[in-house]
Design a protein. Structure first.
Lengths: 302, 454
């Protein structure tokens, strides 16, 4: 599928249930057209990972995901040899040799071949046998350490990987790469410069309402409006961790299950844990502050 | 990579192309420096305007390298340049790499492309631009620090009349140099933590099968030698929070020197200053030249020698920065006399939050060096239950003590009082709060030393 314009990109994403604002649509379009990785930064729960999944669906291609964590290295991200199999093979050959039923290969010959290779996400992404470019999601890169960043920098410019025992594997189709970061640490500029960089902010009230309607089908229009206004006012509060869109959706879904027609103070108090995740924040909000915010949210209705 | 983009840009039709083929340069290092296509080199007025815009961004402190400029011209071929919104978002995504620069970019974009237009809507104008050069200097702090480089430094009253810095260590610029040398002589190692990365080590406990099998392949038979790995160790990240309010004024210069030395010595260091509000100093303090670093830092802090709202400042730190800088077992060092003008209960609340999120919370108090000092000031008393180490900083010996302390931090988190609930101290009078630091284990108690008065 070819995306011709930014408007076309936005429409395609919307068809796959992702409501992107002008900034994000522009970035997705440019990333696809320029063959650059899309670097998405933002608070948790604003839909950074989701965009990769949606892109894979929209482009009708495979999603290859690499979840980053501290200490992530080549063995877990690129490839690893299947050591147990290699050991068994060596053993079996030794046994064959003793029994005189010699196979074709001797000793350790051929144990560093593709047959014994475990392909990790990055190697899968550059696999030349792929029919079309996959979507490669490198999730939460801020969790990996700098060593991994510099490796990634190399990969992003060439999309080829050298395995000393096998040679070089080069991608036939440049993977559509999406990198996300929650910014728990600053990722190096050199990496971001090779990408199309976008900071995903919390959505505006109108856009969030649109998202809630789309993702929580069957929610009462009135309730949806109250939910969004309440969450938006929470974000203006001094919280340790403000609720993201993911929390809004969880909360709206829960309220749907509770068959709440209206946002009441008791309902909010009982379900606050779905919105804010720190006990300090829950304590702060519960009671008078909730009531005040609710009054404001209700006023917006009338 | 720069070459690749350059080639694409040159190949693309349109005004921009020809001018940029020339920027293909030797190494990536050369491409990173300011080798911009010169103005007027065959580009259209449109292209020249783009370049002027990029120069404006740079002048305002947004770093844009040549490869980004090239990408930007490439993007201009792809978007509808007649639609301002598209141009805006495309430029933003290719020319800016730091979230912190986005508000500034928005204003600059608007200013540049709105020339001669009235009533233009600023798409995301949130804050006024903050090019550092244009900000008026704050009176007290800047003049105080700005003199650091002058040869005939007029006397600045930084002599501690409370005799904490003794007569030999009076803080005039000559003596400041002595302190600086002493600071530089220390290694400022920070206790290590084990990372999750594995490195080869014959004495390691984990088997390194990759090495074992590679070895086997070399001699073509079954594995004969075992190889091992262990977890790599790294120094812990360090976060320094320095009080620069009025009551700490006499120490500000030493404290900033201290921050600068540590920030230069270690890579994983974050520095903040606070009075009534919080300022991040890390970028300024990374400057190589001390005077310039201090001047840059002074310009950033807008409330030198003002009041103290430690609780509010910590609240800002906890909300805005803690998730970003308190990772991987960070050690936090607060430098303050604990003189709090705000709400002591709030300070206690934020201290508790902070303590739970770092490996160790060290509080340095210059007053602790005085004989007979008791941490009775409301703020200090409220904060103390959440402090792991309460140490003096009043002379060179105490700085050495701090360096030793940092280098020998135990790898385990100190045991802390877990039972305190947020609500339990809001009602209490500050003086009733435990006026002694948290000490779960005997080692910690010793760190407070004989200076602690229960």
């Amino acid at each position: 599928m070819v995306l011709d314009s930014i408007d076309d990109t936005a429409a395609t994403l919307a068809r796959h249930d992702y409501i992107a604002d002008a900034g994000l649509s522009t970035c997705v379009f440019l990333a696809l057209k320029m063959g650059r990785a899309l670097f998405l930064e933002g608070e948790p729960g604003v839909g950074k990972t989701e965009i990769a999944k949606v892109l894979a669906r929209a482009l009708d291609t495979r999603l290859i995901r690499l979840q980053c964590y501290e200490g992530l290295d080549v063995h877990q991200s690129v490839y690893e040899w299947n050591y147990p199999r290699q050991l068994l093979e060596i053993q079996a050959r030794a046994a064959d040799g003793a029994a005189g039923t010699d196979g074709h290969e001797h000793g350790t010959e051929g144990i560093f071949t593709e047959e014994f290779l475990l392909k990790r996400p990055l190697l899968q992404a550059v696999d030349p046998s792929l029919e079309r470019a996959p979507v490669l999601l490198i999730d939460e890169i801020d969790r990996a350490d700098e060593e991994f960043e510099s490796f990634l920098l190399e990969l992003l410019s060439e999309f080829q990987i050298t395995i000393p025992e096998l040679g070089t594997v080069a991608a036939r189709h440049r993977p559509v790469t999406v990198i996300t970061s929650n910014r728990t640490r600053e990722v190096h500029d050199a990496l971001k410069r090779r990408c199309v960089y976008h900071w995903i902010d919390y959505p505006s009230a109108e856009r969030e309402l649109e998202i809630v309607r789309l993702k929580v089908p069957g929610i009462e229009e009135r309730l949806a409006g109250q939910v969004v206004r309440f969450v938006q006012s929470l974000r203006a509060q001094e919280l340790y961790k403000a609720p993201g869109v993911a929390e809004t959706l969880d909360w709206a879904t829960a309220l749907g299950h509770l068959e709440a027609a209206d946002l009441g103070a008791e309902t909010v108090d009982a379900t606050l844990g779905l919105l804010v995740k720190y006990q300090d924040d829950v304590d702060r909000l519960r009671g008078p502050l909730t009531r005040e915010l609710l009054r404001e949210a209700a006023e917006g209705t009338g | 990579m720069g070459e690749r983009v350059a080639a694409t840009a040159a190949g693309a039709p349109g005004e921009g192309g020809s001018a940029f083929a020339r920027t293909r340069s030797g190494g990536p290092g050369a491409a990173e420096v300011d080798r911009e296509p010169e103005r007027g080199e065959g580009g259209s007025a449109f292209a020249r305007n783009q370049l002027r815009f990029i120069r404006m961004l740079r002048a305002a402190g947004i770093p844009v390298v040549v490869s980004q400029t090239l990408a930007w011209f490439q993007a201009l071929e792809l978007i509808d340049v007649g639609r301002r919104e598209q141009v805006f978002h495309a430029a933003r995504s290719l020319l800016v790499t730091r979230a912190a620069d986005l508000p500034l970019f928005d204003v600059l974009f608007d200013r540049f492309w709105n020339l001669g237009r009235t009533g233009g809507r600023a798409p995301h104008a949130i804050r006024p631009p903050r090019p550092p050069q244009q900000r008026p200097r704050p009176a007290a702090g800047a003049s105080f620090l700005g003199q650091a480089g002058r040869p005939d430094d007029p006397e600045v009253d930084v002599i501690d009349r409370r005799r904490t810095w003794s007569a030999e260590e009076v803080l005039r610029s000559k003596e400041l140099a002595v302190v600086r040398r002493a600071l530089l002589a220390l290694r400022w190692r920070v206790g290590e933590r084990r990372t999750r990365r594995l490195v080869g080590d014959p004495a390691g406990r984990r088997l390194d099968l990759r090495a074992v099998l590679r070895d086997a392949a070399r001699h073509g038979g079954p594995p004969l030698r075992l190889h091992h790995r262990r977890r790599k160790v790294k120094p812990r990240p360090l976060v320094l929070l320095a009080d620069v309010s009025g009551s700490m004024e006499r120490y500000s210069r030493v404290v900033l020197q201290f921050l600068w030395v540590v920030a230069r010595r270690r890579t994983d260091v974050e520095c903040f200053a606070f009075g009534t509000r919080l300022t991040r100093l890390t970028p300024s303090l990374k400057l190589r030249n001390l005077d310039r670093a201090l001047e840059a830092a002074a310009r950033r802090v807008i409330d030198w020698s003002g009041g103290t709202r430690i609780g509010d400042s910590l609240a800002e730190f906890n909300r805005r920065w803690s998730r970003r800088v308190l990772h991987r077992g960070a050690v936090v060092v607060m430098i303050s006399d604990g003189w709090e003008r705000g709400d002591a209960a709030r300070l206690a609340h934020e201290m508790r939050f902070l303590q739970h999120r770092c490996h160790r919370l060290i509080w340095l108090n210059p007053l602790l060096g005085q004989a007979g000092y008791r941490p009775l000031v409301a703020g200090m008393a409220a904060a103390l239950p959440f402090v792991d180490d309460f140490l003096p900083v009043h002379d060179l010996a105490s700085l050495e003590q701090l360096a030793r302390r940092l280098a020998t931090l135990p790898s385990r988190r100190p045991e802390r009082r877990q039972s305190l609930v947020a609500s339990s101290f809001s009602a209490a009078e500050p003086a009733d709060l435990l006026a002694e630091p948290n000490h779960g284990n005997p080692r910690q108690q010793s760190s407070v030393g004989e200076r602690r008065i229960g």
